[in-house]
Design a protein around this ligand. Structure first.
Ligand code: BGC
Length: 376
């Protein structure tokens, strides 16, 4: 019997005894524990250093509060012990559902066991939580396709391919470098796999050359997705592999924050204008959208966090009404223990021409925000 059912039975018993005392007929009272205002959803987000997680946290909170639920939203400052402690507290404070975007996808097994013991459903938000049987649902985007889209945007930026997938005019060879996200984030692997499957034929036939020779995810990963670390790695690559007039033509970057670090390193090394390398991204962060608008960054991948938040709320409500949330993928996301039923949203590549139709016309940003490179 689950905890909510016990609570429901408890309040039904209370209602009955109150009815007996007051002489009210059967049917008065009701089950207060099912009122949204009595239910709390714990929302654990990884960090506030990246815009997207602030937007995600705010959207989930607003949407849940609009339905009358209580929300316990916490940010963990990209610190694993802090996130563990925050989730522990959400459980002791009596959360009815947990929505968690993990910093390290393998570090929350203890918390998830405690949640399971208290019959609290857990929704993994955007990042899959691994190595635990106690993940009940996963809401995310099609992460493999994000990687495919990033690599395709690199090929399009270099002119090797056209936007509609045809062969482009450019033959290369082009010098490129690869970056990946944090190895403890399950998504980083999906992004890199999607990208490498797309780039490999072009590396194999010599169209693309990874000048540094660093092509394994372990060599190119950036811990905690840190902008400064990406800048340092790009600086190191430029000094070690781009000497004697060799120029870098393109950089596969999996996240806008890393792209900005990479762009700074390239600018400091004197790259500018038409010769500026093609740099990809992800998340459509406002500062990067401006860089795309200014012709500095080549592309980003837009993931509409408003829709993701909506799906998390739909899943949470399903659990709160003792239903299984509707999945649209029950195969892809094996967390090491089980395949977690998932709801995956589509993604969209944004080049300069797409800023208005995709980001501004949908109300994600205003034209003024894009021009200023700052939201709000
Ligand atoms: C998310 C990306 C984000 C990255 C860094 C990933 O788990 O899916 O959207 O760019 O984390 O925050």
């Amino acid at each position: 019997m689950n905890r909510r059912l016990l609570a429901a039975l408890g309040s039904a018993a209370l209602a009955l005894s109150m009815a007996a005392c007051s002489g009210d007929g059967a049917g008065s009272g009701g089950n207060d524990s099912d009122q949204p205002g009595d239910l709390t959803i714990g929302v654990s987000m990884p960090t506030q250093t990246s815009e997207r997680w602030i937007a995600d946290g705010n959207s989930v909170k607003e949407k849940l509060e609009a339905k009358g639920y209580q929300v316990d939203l916490q940010y963990a400052g990209d610190d694993i012990p802090t996130q563990s402690q925050q989730v522990d507290q959400m459980i002791t404070r009596g959360a009815d559902v947990l929505i968690i975007a993990a910093i390290d996808g393998t570090a929350l097994s203890g918390q998830l066991q405690a949640a399971a013991d208290a019959d609290i459903p857990v929704i993994a938000y955007d990042r899959l939580i691994r190595d635990s049987p106690n993940v009940d649902f996963y809401v995310s985007f099609d992460n493999y396709k994000v990687g495919v889209a990033q690599a395709t945007a690199l090929l399009v930026g270099l002119g090797v391919q056209t936007k509609d997938g045809a062969k482009g005019e450019a033959k290369g060879p082009f010098n490129i470098e690869l970056f990946a996200g944090s190895l403890d984030d399950n998504n980083a692997h999906f992004f890199f796999d999607g990208a490498m499957d797309t780039l490999k034929p072009f590396i194999d036939d010599g169209t693309l050359k990874v000048t540094s020779g660093q092509t394994n995810i372990e060599q190119v990963a950036i811990l905690r997705w840190q902008q400064e670390a990406a800048q340092r790695r790009m600086e190191d690559l430029l000094t070690s592999s781009y000497t004697g007039g060799t120029k870098v033509d393109g950089v596969l970057s999996p996240y806008d924050g890393l792209s900005r670090g990479i762009i700074t390193a390239l600018q400091n090394a004197g790259y500018k204008g038409a010769d500026f390398p093609v740099v990809t991204g992800q998340d459509a962060e406002i500062a990067s959208v401006k860089l795309i608008d200014d012709g500095v960054q080549s592309s980003t991948i837009f993931k509409d966090t408003r829709l993701l938040a909506e799906q998390a709320v739909v899943a949470a409500e399903a659990f709160l009404t003792d239903k299984a949330p509707e999945a649209n993928d029950t195969e892809t996301y094996n967390n090491g223990v089980k395949v977690v039923p998932s709801y995956l949203l589509p993604v969209q590549t944004v080049y300069k021409d797409d800023i208005k139709p995709v980001l501004i016309d949908s109300g994600y940003f205003t034209a003024e925000e894009v021009a200023a490179g700052q939201a709000g």
